[in-house]
Design a protein around this ligand. Structure first.
Ligand SMILES: Nc1nc2c([nH]c(=O)n2[C@@H]2O[C@H](COP(=O)(O)OP(=O)(O)OP(=O)(O)O)[C@@H](O)[C@H]2O)c(=O)[nH]1
Length: 134
């Protein structure tokens, strides 16, 4: 079974979070689900370097202020992922272009559970909600 190592960006805008909807996939359990943007870490890259590269490719913007948030291991029916999430900020919100995603929303933490998230992302959403109660 394939094992992907992935970095994902929890982009903060004031007190809100950017949530991105994936495009269609052959795997229905990730198809058109919400996620934190990012992608696979390539050989020789740190998770942070991979994330800056992926966000530039996917959204056409630079991220900064990366702060490690959490690592999740998740087993899907056809592959496994280890995903490192980082909180960060975006240089210029107005310049976001959706090169791969269908849609994005800027939501408060309390609104996050209204979306249909990829299963691997649920622990991130839960931790964000727990932290916001603290
Ligand atoms: N980027 C990202 N991928 C996620 C998340 N949650 C999640 O289950 N995944 C899964 O992790 C896998 C790798 O992500 P990806 O497809 O974005 O990576 P990539 O851009 O490098 O892919 P590529 O091979 O098409 O270039 C996908 O199967 C995706 O469904 C998430 O929050 N962000």
């Amino acid at each position: 079974m394939k094992h992907y190592f992935v970095s994902a960006a929890i982009i903060q805008v004031k007190d809100e979070i950017l949530c991105f909807q994936r495009g269609p996939s052959k795997f229905e359990y990730v198809s058109e689900k919400y996620e934190f943007p990012g992608g696979k870490i390539e050989e020789g890259e740190t998770p942070e370097i991979a994330l800056v590269r992926e966000i530039k490719e996917e959204l056409n913007v630079d991220i900064f202020g990366l702060e490690f948030f959490q690592t999740v291991d998740h087993q899907y029916p056809d592959f496994k992922i280890t995903m490192h999430a980082f909180k960060c900020f975006v240089s210029n919100l107005e310049e976001i272009q959706l090169n791969e995603h269908l849609n994005f929303l800027q939501l408060s933490v309390s609104q996050l559970s209204s979306l249909d998230w990829a299963a691997a992302d649920v622990p991130f959403v839960e931790k964000l909600i727990t932290e916001s109660h603290g």
